[in-house]
Structures are given as C-alpha cells and as structure tokens.
Design a protein around this ligand. Structure first.
Ligand SMILES: *Cc1c(COP(=O)(O)O)cnc(C)c1O
Length: 219
C-alpha cells in the first residue's frame, strides 16, 4: 500500500484534536516527500544528524520533532530549527537546550519524558523527579525553553490492561500539572501512542501520537 493511503487510514482513526507525528526515522527523503505531498507536516526522527540532513532537503514548513534520547553535546545541531523535543529527562539537558535556543534567538518547546513502562531500558523521570524538576528554582531561570507537556512510552507487551494502566497513569500526571502556568511551563501536549497502541493511548487522553510503521511500513 502507498504512503498516502496508509496516512489517510491512520488519520481517519484520529480525533481532530490529536496531532499526528509521522515517525520517519531510517526512511528515505522520498518517503517523507510523499507524506508531505499528502498534507503531512509533523515529522519525528530519533537521530539528530539524520533529522538535520532531511531538514536541509525538505520544505521549510515541516515541523521537526526529536523523539529519541538526546545527548547534550548534539543539541546545538538541531537548535536552529527543531519544533519539539520529546525526550527531555534532566535539568542538565534543559539547560543546554536553553543555551542553544538563546544562541539562535528562539524558544524551544520541550516535553518531559516520564518513565511509565515496566522495562528497565526506557528513559524518563519518575513522578517525584518530575515534580522536583517542575518546581526547581533553576528551571525558572531558563528563558528560552517552554515545557509544553509530557511524553511516555508504554511497556512492550501484549497485555492491554497493563498498557492501559500505564497510559492512564501518564494522563493523570498530565492533568495534575497542566494548570501550572509560568512563563516557561505551559502544558499542551500529551505525547503517547505508537503504531501498535495509539488507539488505546488516544482513548486514555493522548493528544499527540508518534506513528511510524503504520505509515511508512516496517523498518
Ligand atoms: C520509533 C518510535 C516511534 C514509532 O514507532 P512505530 O511502532 O513504528 O509506530 C514512536 N516513538 C518513539 C519514541 C520511537 O522511537
């Protein structure tokens, strides 16, 4: 099936308030171009170098999402153009993003990644670390970032009850903190759900899904 058809099928299952991030990692520029021509504007990548190469070759109105784990020393390469960084899980990384955003005279939107899965390999903050970060006096000094919400990844399992419990937990955290409005904290996005579990994620309150294989085929 074509990318256009896949994209349409995915979009038809999403409520209009849900932002679809087309996860194009490992896929050639021609695939992204096809999705772009079908109207897709939000694209997600997990490697900064690959994202930057694609950014340079594709139309300028694309909104680039960094969905992978970010190393501090690479932030500078995406700072001029990145729209939203999903996987932020430390003050150290936020400080570097702030520094590079300032150099580029812009504000960079970030999501705090929360650890919701049972696996040990996934990155993210736990609830108390999240609260500590949101309340940190140092965060309040970072003028060129905006904390735009939360991101999480459910366990890699067939157990739907467990996945639902993990999404429900993240949604609760999101609702608990979405009323904090400071100059650099303003929750809008709850990024959860991938190809295999996005319908459940949306039912649990997600308003931003990151979908790769359902659109571009398996990697
Ligand atoms: C690869 C990836 C996705 C998309 O995965 P699919 O199963 O192909 O939809 C979503 N989120 C993150 C963080 C990813 O790394």
């Amino acid at each position: 099936m074509s990318i256009q058809t896949n994209l349409k099928q995915v979009k038809d299952t999403l409520p209009t308030n849900v932002t679809l991030v087309a996860v194009s990692k490992t896929k050639p520029v021609s695939d992204l171009q096809q999705a772009y021509e079908a109207g897709q504007r939000h694209f997600g990548e997990n490697k900064i170098q690959e994202m930057t190469e694609k950014f340079e070759q594709l139309p300028q109105d694309i909104l680039w999402h960094m969905i992978g784990h970010v190393q501090t020393n690479k932030v500078k390469y995406m700072a001029p153009y990145v729209y939203l960084i999903h996987g932020v899980d430390s003050l150290k990384l936020l400080k570097e993003i702030n520094k590079q955003a300032l150099k580029n005279n812009r504000t960079i939107n970030c999501l705090l990644q929360v650890f919701i899965a049972q696996e040990e390999t996934k990155f993210g903050l736990n609830e108390s670390e999240l609260i500590e970060l949101l309340e940190s006096p140092e965060l309040a000094t970072l003028k060129n970032i905006n904390i735009a919400g939360l991101m999480g990844m459910a366990s890699f399992t067939d157990n739907q009850e467990q996945i639902k419990a993990e999404f429900d937990f993240l949604n609760q955290l999101f609702n608990k903190h979405k009323n904090i409005k400071t100059f650099n904290i303003d929750f809008h996005f709850l990024s959860m759900g991938m190809s295999g579990d996005y319908q459940l994620a949306v039912a649990c309150g997600s308003n931003m899904v990151r979908i790769g294989s359902n659109i571009f085929g398996s990697r």
